[in-house]
Design a protein around this ligand. Structure first.
Ligand SMILES: [Zn+2]
Ligand SMILES: [Zn+2]
Length: 122
């Protein structure tokens, strides 16, 4: 997995990087589950799993690619401590450029230590 993900830690001028293949790979079970669930009434439950994966994929793209890395130009400034914390956690993740010692791979949840400390108490 790191072989693909490493591309995301290298500076390059291309729009796509090998790490994007994860999105393609994760879309396959999602599409299969939805198709099975729609085609077979008895397997109807499967489509919800498929939608679950899809929702995760969409949310991940919006959060990681747009909000954190600004692959699409947007004007957005994180206001909630939660958003600030998960964005900050991902910046920590990018400080390391090797698999060893990598941290904060996850998203949506970030440990308390990534809390953004603001100068003035609110
Ligand atoms: Zn990233
Ligand atoms: Zn990474």
């Amino acid at each position: 997995m790191w072989r693909w993900h490493r591309s995301h830690h290298t500076v390059h001028g291309r729009f796509f990087e090998r790490n994007d293949l994860f999105a393609v790979v994760f879309s396959i079970p999602s599409i299969v589950l939805i198709a099975l669930g729609v085609a077979n009434e008895s397997l109807g439950i499967l489509k919800y799993f498929g939608f679950g994966i899809m929702a995760y994929g969409i949310f991940y793209s919006i959060f990681h690619d747009v909000i954190v890395h600004r692959r699409i130009k947007i004007r957005y400034k994180a206001k909630s401590p939660y958003m600030k914390r998960i964005i900050n956690a991902h910046y920590h993740h990018h400080r390391k450029h090797t698999k060893e010692g990598g941290e904060a791979f996850g998203f949506l949840y970030a440990p308390k230590k990534y809390e953004v400390k603001s100068a003035k108490a609110e």
